[in-house]
Design a protein around this ligand. Sequence first.
Ligand SMILES: NC(=O)c1ccno1
Length: 238
Amino acid sequence: MKFEVLTIFPEIIECYIKHGVLGKALNKGIVEVKVYNLRDFTSDKHKKVDDYPYGGGAGMVMQIEPFYNAIMHLKADEKPRKLVLLSPQGRKFTQKLAQKFMEESKAMVLICGRYEGIDERVKAFVDEEVSIGDYVLSGGELAALVIIDSVVRLIPGALGDELSAVEDSFMKGFLDYPHYTRPEDFKGMKVPEVLLSGDHKKIALWRKRQALKNTLKNRPDLLKNLSPEDMRILKELC
Ligand SMILES: NC(=O)c1ccno1
């Protein structure tokens, strides 16, 4: 899978992708990330990318020309790619959308705005607008990294243990179970006995109960499509 990121701060993206799961996936050749500086697609000597907003108002707006030139440059190879603009006005990014992007898109262009926003006409050249949450960031770069990170984790072979992604929160429609590792007793804070029992059936049931308990407490909105078995366990908790 290939990600192409349009930004005025390439170093934000380049720094993050070197580490962890993403770094390993890049080294394995499972994913490719190319970052383009929008300033390289400007036509003035000062590499200006923004201007004052028509109609007045605070702040500056990013001009359409660098985005247009960069998108046309990418499209010159005529390969299919999904163009996604990161913005607070977009549709909500979820684990389900991450799965959809991984399954359906071989290549994605992630378009990062800055300042007060970007010229509305840029949206004529994108496939969709996506928001990672109901808050405003200083730019789209963090949102682009969230999408890259969450999608790459789902690519077969990206994680050391294929099960990790499946076990992650939200993949099953509820939050993850609690995790513990050595030491068994840390200042009197003990690992739950069941996890030391070796009884995998009991451990699985305990983990499911804990996951449902956490979800009921923190994200009851996720408890929509539980299986009859999970619903039975949930009812025992109420
Ligand atoms: N909420 C967001 O996804 C976002 C992107 C850029 N600014 O905010």
